[in-house]
Design a protein around this ligand. Structure first.
Ligand SMILES: C[S@@+](CC[C@H](N)C(=O)[O-])C[C@H]1O[C@@H](n2cnc3c(N)ncnc32)[C@H](O)[C@@H]1O
Length: 279
């Protein structure tokens, strides 16, 4: 008798447990190492890569970065949130690793695909280098203004994170209907006491990015965390593929996609309602 071999597909959607994904809303959640998973996806399919990779930041020295993410990003007054992976590389290996996954993303990008990568002030120059070494065209920065952050007396508030913008060759701006002139600064509260992930991005922020162009129909987030990119894509009727290494966060991402309607914009907490609104 010929022995039968069963092979488990390397890639499967954590929501529908099938490959190709059969989720009716077009949002696929894959749990695995992004470099391994991206190697199995069809090239040239994505119109926007919007992602928030581990920053490997949170301090000046290697020892600071090597702390668990719960020590770096969780605030004592809020509930425990699990640690996440990949946040303790030193500068050289962070640059090298970023070039590798950004190169993987470029292979999956349709011509003119847009790129939006979050980073902080410490890693900004590393990320702008990495996208160009990987072959993306660097197209400037947008800013996420978090409105309220830790004050530093005699120094400047670090109340922004940066969104490094790029494209796979020339940008396709031919579709005018539904296209927006997005601001260069997006102002959204991080809403720390309701976060499910220590560095979760607000869904309305991701919706602002995705909603910039009607061309952004099929979106990839290779570091999905608790899935804000997928939730925003779903709310806007776009397709998305989310990749997350931690089963715990992949399940949170899948869970956050159960509701059909847009999650309500968080109600401002202490002092936030008095802050000036720019946009
Ligand atoms: C900064 S967080 C993203 C948070 C996300 N934007 C959200 O709103 O929840 C980065 C995520 O990348 C995941 N990660 C780290 N290394 C990874 C890898 N090699 N492959 C896939 N995911 C990875 C971490 O587990 C973490 O959840």
């Amino acid at each position: 008798m010929t022995p039968t071999t069963t092979t488990t597909p390397a890639v499967v959607c954590r929501r529908c447990n099938a490959w190709p994904c059969t989720c009716p809303d077009g949002i696929t959640v894959i749990c695995g190492d992004t470099r391994r998973v991206l190697a199995d996806l069809t090239p040239g399919q994505f119109d926007l890569i919007a992602t928030d990779p581990p920053y490997s930041s949170g301090g000046q020295f290697r020892g600071d970065r090597a702390q668990p993410t719960s020590a770096k990003y969780n605030r004592a007054e809020y509930e425990y949130r699990p640690d996440f992976a990949g946040d303790s590389r030193d500068q050289r290996t962070y640059l090298l690793w970023s070039e590798l996954w950004l190169g993987d993303c470029l292979r999956l990008a349709a011509p003119g695909c847009a790129l939006a990568v979050f980073t902080d002030w410490r890693q900004l120059s590393t990320v702008t280098d990495a996208i160009q070494v990987a072959g993306w065209v660097f197209r400037g920065l947008a800013i996420w203004d978090k409105v309220q952050t830790r004050p530093q007396k005699g120094w400047f508030r670090q109340d922004s994170e940066f969104i490094v913008l790029g494209s796979a060759g020339p940008l396709d701006r031919s579709t005018k209907e539904g296209a927006k002139v997005s601001p260069g600064i997006f102002r959204h509260f991080p809403n720390p006491n309701k976060r499910r992930h220590p560095t979760e991005k607000p869904v309305p922020l991701m919706a602002d990015i995705i909603g910039t162009s009607p061309n952004f129909q099929n979106i990839l987030d290779p570091f999905a965390g608790a899935g804000s990119t997928g939730r925003a894509a779903k709310d806007l009727g776009r397709k998305a593929t989310l990749v997350e290494i931690s089963p715990e966060f992949a399940d949170l991402a899948a869970d956050g996609l159960r509701q059909d309607v847009l999650l309500p914009t968080p109600t401002p907490t202490t002092g936030e309602k008095d802050a000036p609104r720019l946009f």
